[in-house]
Structure formats: structure tokens, C-alpha cells
Write a protein that binds this ligand. Structure first.
Ligand code: 8NA
Length: 447
């Protein structure tokens, strides 16, 4: 086994054996603990009078909206909006690779890429997150067809299933595909929220928190608006179902039609009702904990910010199944008549460049919302991840301008990687990479 392979594997094993406080000494930057990120329902409660704590049956107690840098979140896993090479790039992908350190790149190198709509898991290394789940969103370039929708939904589902399979309890998602891949923000948020809600309905006991981590003010507004409907505590499915079971709540005004769309119609009707109930403004203001580089570690019984989060070490220890190594997998047999959208993207025609994550090409500021990393927090001399230069949309830069509207993911991705290769010293092109190598960890475990 080469020295490099030994290094990342040894480092992964060492880090995953540490308890929470030990791990905190390894974080590169500041971090925000889970208990400092209020659940969506807590907002309602802070608006209304405090109710006594009771075990919540609400899905809105399982989700949060957070605006800021995903690399600061101390959760079991953060999701990376990666490209099919898994070898870094720009946007949130570049940010995560920079904050995690070079071991992340080394482990990703061993994964042999990832197909669109699928997901793979690695250690988080220098990140406050224990793991990184890398998923590859669809390239939409502003237009959304059925296959893009299916692929984006699949990113969330595969990531959540990987989380569950590895006994992890908290996860943060960025706005997958809405940056350089050009998936329109509003429909992407709709897909993200509904997919997570539908998954949570069936897996409530398996997870403590899903954080929607937005970076742009535009996404913050979209998610606030939609979450006030999709996860409004007054309209939780459990509450209405249990109330109806007790027979003390009339069925909703519009009976939930079980049309061929089944849940879809019911959800839409429920949303119309919720719409009439208005929208609440929800703000999430949390202050990151300065990185605990002090070998003495935080003072025992430190401020609430240093308060033990759910001790991920023990909680995860109890629940954790050993994170399976990413094993190369047999090429999935293509099933006859597979429905559109679940088609595997065509194998990459050209070799992918195993390019170390390039520095982000300077890109015009996309939104008034600046990088949410506040220099104040790093006055102790620790370095924040390099400020994210928002990447222009693929459509904005002539070199990656799609030549036709139905360019497949691979062409556009290759264009953006070519863009990279102009930036970074190209590594030996790995022409051996083929779709056969692409690995779906989750299916491995199912077998
Ligand atoms: N030159 C390149 O290869 C290149 C350039 C730019 C982006 N990328 C990246 O973009 C492709 C994926 O496109 P995408 O639209 O799914 O991802 P993306 O372009 O990273 O955008 C996804 C979302 O993440 C947001 N975001 C950016 N930084 C952070 C952060 N620190 N914390 C939380 N959210 C953040 C961003 O505002 C957007 O809403 C991949 O190739 C990936 O490498 C690559």
C-alpha cells in the first residue's frame, strides 16, 4: 500500500477514534455547535410563549435553516456539492476541500468518482464535521427537465440514506446544483425541502437534525418562505394525523386526494391551506465558537457556546456502524425500461483530470450577500477558508458556455474541468477512469 494511502487511512482511523473534546482541538477554524442552531419549530416557540419541553412529534423539530459557511458546522456530516471526479473544484466544493485539508483529496482520489444523483462518504479530517458526504448534482444551466429534477431529488435521498446507513444523526446540506450547475434556486429549494420532509416522515427516529445551509440572501429568503409552509408546526402531518385519529379534528378542508400522484396532490393541497396561514419570518443568528487550538481545551463548564453538543463521540459510537470503506463496485446492470431520469449518466467520454482543487477563478460577486465569514471571528490569527468567490453561472463564462441546450452533464463538466486545467497543473489524466469504476456505496451495503 503506497505511503499516501496509508496516511489518509491512518488519519481517518485516528480522527474517528477521538472523543468530541479531543476532536475539537483538531479543527482548523471556528465552529458552530449543533445546540446553537435552533430547530425550525423553536423559532415558532420563541415567537409564541415557551411551552414546557415535551418530546416533539414535529418534523419541524428535526430541521433548521442556517445562513453561512457550511464548513463551520459541527455536525456528523456536511454534504458537498461535488463534481463527478470528486477531486474538488470551486464553490462549496472548493471551500470544503480547503477547510478539510489534503487528506480529503487523498481519500476522494480512492473513490474513483461518483455518478450524478449518487453520493459517497469520506472522513471530514480538519473540518468540525466528522464526515463529508459528496454528491453530484445535475447540471441544469437554467432549464429543468424531468431528469434534472429526479437527479437532484436523488442527491438528497442518497445522502440521507448514507447518513442512516452509517448511524449518523445530523447533517447539513448546501443548495446543491444552484451555483455553477445553474439549477434555478426556487425549484431546487422545493425539491430539497419536499424530499427531506418525505424522507423524515419515514425515518424520524433515525435522525436528530437536517440543516439547510444557505449562503446567498436569495436562498435564505426562498427557504424561509417555503419552510414556513413545508415545516410549519401548525400543519405537521403527525399532529393532524394523530388529532384525526382521536377524531377531534375535522378532516382538512380539501380531502387529500389519492390521485395517481398520491402524496404529491395531498402535499400541494396541504401547502395551499398552509399558504393561507401566512408566512413567519425566521432568523438564525449564531456566533461561531473560536477554534479550540488551546491545548488546554475549553474551560470545563464553559460558556453555552462551548457547551458539549450532543456528544457525537458517544452518540455516534452507540449508533455508529463502522463506516464501510468505499469499495469499488460492479457496474450496475441497466434494468430494462428503466424510467427516464434514473438513467445512469453516460460514462465520461474523456478522462477526468485528477486536478487538485484549483484556486477559485475570480468571479464577479453574484449576489449582494458577501461571504458570511466575518474577519472579526479570526482576529486570533486563525485563517478562515479563503473567501468564496461566487462562481459565475456556466452560462456566464464564454469558455464554459454550453453549445447546445441539452449538453450532457459530462460535456459541461469537462468544460469546467478544462477551465480548471487552465488554472492548475494538470495531473496525469486518468484515462482508466470509467463508469464501471463509479461506486455507489449505499448499494454495496445493500448487497
Ligand atoms: N472550476 C470548477 O471546476 C468549479 C468552479 C466552481 C464551482 N465548482 C463546483 O461546482 C460544481 C457543482 O456545482 P453546484 O452548483 O452544485 O455547486 P456550487 O457552485 O458550489 O453552488 C452550490 C451552492 O453552494 C453555495 N456555497 C458556496 N460556498 C458555500 C459555503 N462555504 N457554505 C455553504 N454554501 C456555499 C453557493 O452559494 C450555492 O448556493 C462542481 O464542479 C464543484 O467543484 C467547480
Amino acid at each position: 500500500m503506497s505511503k499516501k494511502k496509508k496516511e489518509w487511512r491512518a488519519e481517518k482511523e485516528r480522527l474517528l477514534s477521538l472523543g468530541l473534546e479531543e476532536r475539537r482541538k483538531e479543527y482548523r477554524g471556528s465552529y458552530i455547535t449543533l445546540d446553537n442552531i435552533p430547530t425550525w419549530r423553536k423559532h415558532d416557540k420563541s415567537a409564541a410563549k415557551e411551552e414546557e419541553e415535551e418530546p416533539s412529534v414535529f418534523l419541524s423539530d428535526k430541521v433548521s435553516l442556517f445562513k453561512g459557511d457550511i464548513t463551520t458546522l459541527e455536525v456528523d456530516a456536511i454534504v458537498n456539492a461535488a463534481n463527478s471526479s470528486l477531486l474538488g473544484g470551486g464553490g462549496v466544493d472548493g471551500c470544503i476541500h480547503r477547510a478539510a485539508g489534503h487528506f480529503l483529496y487523498e481519500e476522494c482520489l480512492s473513490l474513483n468518482g461518483c455518478d450524478t444523483g449518487k453520493a459517497k462518504i469520506t472522513c471530514g479530517y480538519d473540518l468540525p464535521a466528522k464526515y463529508v458526504i459528496h454528491t453530484v448534482g445535475p447540471i441544469a444551466r437554467g432549464n429543468v427537465g424531468p431528469s434534472q429534477k429526479t437527479d437532484l431529488e436523488s442527491c438528497y435521498k442518497y445522502s440521507l440514506e448514507l447518513l442512516k446507513e452509517n448511524g449518523l444523526r445530523s447533517v447539513a446540506f448546501p443548495c446543491i446544483s444552484t451555483g455553477i450547475y445553474g439549477f434555478p434556486n426556487e425549484p431546487a429549494a422545493e425539491i430539497a425541502l419536499k424530499t427531506v420532509r418525505n424522507w423524515l416522515k419515514k425515518n424520524k427516529a433515525e435522525i436528530d437534525r437536517v440543516i439547510f445551509c444557505v449562503f446567498l440572501e436569495m436562498d435564505h429568503k426562498i427557504y424561509k418562505d417555503k419552510m414556513s409552509r413545508v415545516f410549519s408546526a401548525d400543519n405537521e402531518v403527525e399532529k393532524s394525523e394523530s388529532a384525526q385519529e382521536e377524531g377531534n379534528t375535522p378532516p382538512s378542508k380539501k380531502s387529500k386526494s389519492k390521485s395517481k400522484d398520491g402524496e404529491e396532490d395531498a402535499d400541494e393541497e396541504q401547502e395551499e391551506e398552509e399558504e393561507e396561514e401566512g408566512k413567519g419570518e425566521k432568523e438564525t443568528e449564531v456566533t461561531p465558537v473560536e477554534n479550540q487550538k488551546d491545548p488546554a481545551g475549553p474551560e470545563p463548564g464553559g460558556s453555552s457556546e462551548e457547551k458539549e453538543t450532543t456528544d457525537r463521540g458517544s452518540a455516534t459510537e452507540e449508533k455508529k456502524k463502522k463506516v464501510p470503506e468505499n469499495q469499488p463496485e460492479e457496474q450496475e446492470e441497466k434494468k430494462e425500461g428503466e424510467k427516464e431520469g434514473s438513467e445512469e449518466p453516460p460514462a465520461e467520454t474523456a478522462p477526468s483530470l485528477n486536478t487538485p482543487s484549483p484556486k477559485d477563478p475570480a468571479a464577479p460577486e453574484k449576489e449582494e450577500d458577501k461571504n458570511s465569514v466575518d474577519p472579526e471571528k479570526f482576529k486570533d490569527g486563525s485563517q478562515p477558508p479563503e473567501p468564496m468567490e461566487m462562481e459565475g453561472d456556466v452560462g456566464e463564462s464564454p469558455s464554459t458556455e454550453a453549445k447546445k441546450t441539452d449538453t450532457s452533464n459530462n460535456d459541461v463538466e469537462m468544460e469546467s474541468q478544462n477551465l480548471d486545467s487552465q488554472e492548475a497543473e494538470p495531473v496525469q489524466a486518468d484515462s482508466s477512469q470509467s463508469k464501471d469504476d463509479s461506486v455507489e456505496q449505499m448499494d454495496t451495503r445493500k448487497e
